[in-house]
Design a protein around this ligand. Sequence first.
Ligand SMILES: Nc1ncnc2c1ncn2[C@@H]1O[C@H](COP(=O)(O)OP(=O)(O)OP(=O)(O)O)[C@@H](O)[C@H]1O
Length: 308
Amino acid sequence: MSTDKKGMRGATSKNFLKVEGLAKRYPGAPEATFDAVNFSIAKGEFVCLIGHSGCGKTTILNVLAGLESATEGVVIMNGREVSAPSLERGVVFQGHALMPWLTVRQNIAFAIKSKWPEWNAAKVQEQVMKYVSLVGLQPALDKKPSQLSGGMKQRVGIARAFAIEPKMLLLDEPFGALDALTRGTIQDELLKICRETQQTVFMITHDVDEAILLSDKVLLMSNGPRARVAEIVVNTMSKNRERTSLHHDPQYYKIRNHFVDYLVSRSKDLSHGRAPEHPPLVYPGLDYQSPEESAVDDLSVVPIHKTA
Ligand SMILES: Nc1ncnc2c1ncn2[C@@H]1O[C@H](COP(=O)(O)OP(=O)(O)OP(=O)(O)O)[C@@H](O)[C@H]1O
């Protein structure tokens, strides 16, 4: 077993978050919304979840956050079962969920004090400033949410989530309500912070370009009922990719076409539990399996499935 730079043994690092046999059936529903959902996230990985409306993405994120319980299955983070909310996991929703009576500074400080109640005021302020400057919000520090634009509010939500230095960040369509320009700018900021902090991220998005820019892997869900993670697409583009040059890379179109084809044609044929329980790892347009991904037992996946 390999040991990485931080001295963490390979298998543990690869299975930082492990989701096994997750199912959710809401009372009164004839079938489970999703069942047999299996996937893993490695430490430092950015993983996106894509699927049609209603397949259960938010429910899965809520289960990972500990805000909702599953009907079946288990979520293990860092070797411990997730059963309740924890400051080890930072969550950002589409609606920013800021406290309207507090300023930007106070909203972020509140979260920091919850995580580290023993910190003195100077240390809390230092932490506030570190993350406020990462998202470029210094001029808005003492404003209340009602005085901010939608993009600024989402930035505060992101700064607050990062400021508690969570082991895992859970993002539910955080940029869904933003205009394209603002969305692009904040995506760049998120990419920069994630590269700097090596943050482990699970993010729901409907935007395939956002997923290609940000993610290391994309989990493609089949339609409900009995939706599953049907495929795990490995993002084979350069780690240093930039939003402005993404579309110059031929690999970009192969990955994008794969997503669109999946969403338009294939996902609906996999509803009612027709998707595999253990999703294949897919490398769109490429014809190889990288040695690093060969530990398929750790990832709960079956061997490579090639696509044109
Ligand atoms: N509390 C609840 N009680 C009953 N059914 C629910 C509840 N919450 C969600 N559902 C149902 O479960 C299904 C999945 O909902 P969920 O919000 O997780 O889907 P989603 O994939 O995130 O959808 P979207 O992309 O539209 O946000 C939907 O059919 C929804 O109506």
